[in-house]
Design a protein. Structure first.
Lengths: 129, 352
């Protein structure tokens, strides 16, 4: 599956798509594939503050718990309510199953994240976990 | 693939949930060759097994099997086992992979006083489990044995995939109907039989299943896992395995300690929990009472794919263990509400 070129990526396998001063966040296809069947997602509430590089929640598969790391700093403006009852949507299409929308505190932070090409290279080098 | 007690094994093939559901509704197959096998045979094999095993093996007819455990003198677990009576004075114990060597040494060291040969056959067999309501239909295509006549927890020998005298047991670790077959462990035979079983099961929707589904299946059915619900520091009463422990036997290793423990009363007991607030209880998580005081821990916990709930087994004091009691499971610092529920969480339908 190709990684959308209008997303930026973290080494912890989150993606972020900027749209002016707001951004949408999710986890990558590689992440959902490594996790296996996702059964639980723990996300912050609207109004919560995210700090780039810090954990903001967790995603659980049958076999594992994985922390979610904020790709950028900002305030949560919207949470995808579907994921509370149908977390498996992330397995079906990780790049469409957004988790959060945030108001970016410092859009410049995205410049230090990986491009789609860099992320693909990073995943290949990681050796398929 | 992961290292499971020294064995390179898959966690999943197509996905834990799909594999779990296949076993509950159709058929799933497992390569469980990592399990160990100890054969006891001789004029005093019965006495030898009675000495080391807590259940009453004298009740077994030839071709019958039972769940039991080998205990330490303290009444705690060396391992849980399935004992099969294969002949007049011939028994096969199937044991856990992680305890192969420990168990074999234990059995050998504690039966030398009996006229009984003890053999470690663990490497001789490839063991394949065929589990689920359609398991019998799949296996029937590969054998001349009338499987309908083999009752649950009975074993027989017959030709399977052209291999004569193959051991076929109606046993398993999934809480479903199913069989386990024991074939020669050479690679050629093993691959051939595995593929034949896969092919025979195709019309029933068979999927190969890994360790992930193996764990979720046995958890829903409340089957213990060594190192979790049972261990060398947990006794038979705490684990709730009373019905497999025949104290009316005059002696067996652990008898005296269990007698004493019974008179002293339980300090902790194994209970089933169902999460009532959002959260998944996992192995090792602490259990609190409603006031936030630590009262126990989770031995095994997971999302249950068939029940679609988050369930767990845990050790807590008997006073807190009444059905319907509320406890909290510590999940990342928060006490998440759970309820004590009856077990097994899942029971296979009667007409299956």
């Amino acid at each position: 599956m190709p990684y959308p070129t209008d997303f930026k990526y973290t080494k912890e396998h989150e993606w972020i798509k900027a749209d002016g001063n707001s951004a949408t966040i999710g986890i990558t296809n590689h992440a959902q594939d490594s996790l296996g069947d996702i059964v639980f997602v723990e996300l912050p509430k609207v109004g919560a503050e995210l700090t780039a590089g810090k954990t903001f929640g967790s995603v659980e598969s049958v076999k594992a718990v994985s922390d979610l790391y904020a790709p950028a700093s900002g305030t949560v403006t919207e949470v995808n309510g579907d994921l509370a009852t149908a977390p498996e949507k992330i397995n079906k299409d990780a790049h469409s199953s957004w988790m959060l929308k945030i108001a970016l505190k410092n859009p410049g932070e995205l410049n230090s994240l990986l491009s789609a090409a860099d992320y693909e290279k990073f995943v290949a080098e990681e050796g398929g976990h | 693939m992961v290292d499971f007690n020294g064995w390179d094994m898959p966690v999943e093939y197509s996905g834990i949930i799909a594999e779990h559901l296949a076993v509950r509704t159709g058929v799933g197959i497992f390569d469980v060759s990592h399990m160990g096998d100890i054969r006891l045979a001789g004029p005093e094999a019965l006495a030898a097994v009675q000495h080391i095993s807590m259940n009453d093996v004298a009740r077994l007819a030839i071709g019958q099997a039972q769940y039991s455990a080998l205990l330490y003198p303290q009444g705690t677990f060396v391992d849980d086992v399935i004992v099969h009576r294969l002949g007049q004075g011939e028994y096969l114990m199937v044991i856990n992979a992680g305890t192969r060597e420990k168990d074999f040494n234990w059995v050998r060291d504690n039966t030398h006083q009996f006229d009984c040969a003890v053999e470690n056959l663990s490497d001789d067999f490839t063991q394949i489990a065929i589990q689920g309501p359609k398991g019998v239909d799949a296996l029937q295509k590969l054998t001349d044995v009338n499987l309908a006549a083999v009752k649950f927890y009975w074993v027989t020998r017959g030709t399977v995939c052209g291999l004569k005298e193959t051991l076929i047991a109606r046993t398993g670790y999934t809480g479903e109907d199913g069989f386990e077959i024991y074939v020669p462990s050479d690679e050629e035979t093993s691959a051939r039989v595995w593929n034949a079983v896969l092919e025979a099961g195709r019309e029933f929707g068979v999927v190969p299943c890994g360790l992930g589904a193996r764990n979720t299946l046995r958890l829903e059915s409340k089957l213990p896992l060594y190192g979790h619900e049972i261990s060398d520091t947990i006794n038979v009463w705490e684990a709730g395995l009373d019905r497999f422990c025949k104290m009316e036997k005059p002696e067996f290793i652990g008898h005296a300690a269990l007698e004493k423990a019974k008179s002293e009363g339980l300090k902790r007991t194994l209970v089933g929990l169902e999460m009532t607030d959002r959260g998944i209880a996992r192995d090792g998580y602490k259990v609190w009472n409603e006031s936030g005081a630590e009262i126990g821990y989770v031995t095994s916990g997971s999302y249950a794919p068939f029940l679609k709930k988050n369930i767990a087994l845990s050790y807590i004091p008997p006073e807190q263990a009444a059905l319907g009691s509320t406890v909290r499971v510590e999940i990342r610092g928060q006490g998440v509400k759970a309820q004590v529920v009856p077990t097994p969480f899942y029971k296979k339908p009667k007409n299956a």
